[in-house]
Design a protein around this ligand. Sequence first.
Ligand SMILES: [Zn+2]
Ligand SMILES: [Zn+2]
Length: 285
Amino acid sequence: MTIEITLLGTGSPIPDPNRAGPSTLIRAGGQQLLVDCGRGVQQRLAAVGGSANALSALLLTHLHSDHIADLGDLLITRWVTTFTPDAPPLPIIGPPGTAEVVEATLRAFGHDIGYRIAHHDDLTAPPPVDVQEYTTGQVWDRDGVRITVAPTDHRPVTPTIGFRIEHSDDDGTASVVMAGDTVPCDSLDELATGADALVHTVIRHDLIELMPQQRIRDICDYHSSVAQAAATAKRAGVGTLVLTHYVPAIAPGQEEQWRALAAAEFDGPIELGDDLHRVEVSARS
Ligand SMILES: [Zn+2]
Ligand SMILES: [Zn+2]
């Protein structure tokens, strides 16, 4: 059993010509789970042979704009490119507030939805969704893939959640934890304990603190630095640390500097890179 992690978008709220907004594709046991849906997510999905209509579920860590920027595009595109009648609704699992955001997004596209229903005989209802809000516990158990959630700490953004995705077969269980945006906290440590990989968003406190704008410096207090994410990985005893959501964007040639900051705290494999960077994890024996 394996789990494949693809960093679809490694960017941040600042538009970048080379990095899409935060979004990660998890493929396990034939299921495709999209974690967050930042700017440009569908172009990146297409680049790896994925598509909105092939997703098994959308998982949202929190409702910050950079993580849900393309939610409307994703819902509409899935709807208009699903040609099988009575297709099941898209499961959307997120923290409390998710249902309101999804509803408001569909309302914002209400004119579009009306035009398409009027124009196509086989479209008779708005995009079907099945929104489930959680802050803790098991939220998914299907064909060998299990997902549990736990609270993270991105205050004053609240509630926020991390996901632990496990894929089991006769050979064992592989596990990946998606931390999202968070400072170090006990519930994330617990969620990540023993995971084969931890995917963590990071910002360079050392660089951001030099910025002249206070509004930019503000972000240090609710995001983990590279060292903090690596320390979380070490405390939790994870196999591989995967860094994403780089703020500021990793400058060309600076990858090893970022890796060294993590390696000072965590001695396992450290993965980072450009959009579409892929990591395959198996259960550690
Ligand atoms: Zn955030
Ligand atoms: Zn973010």
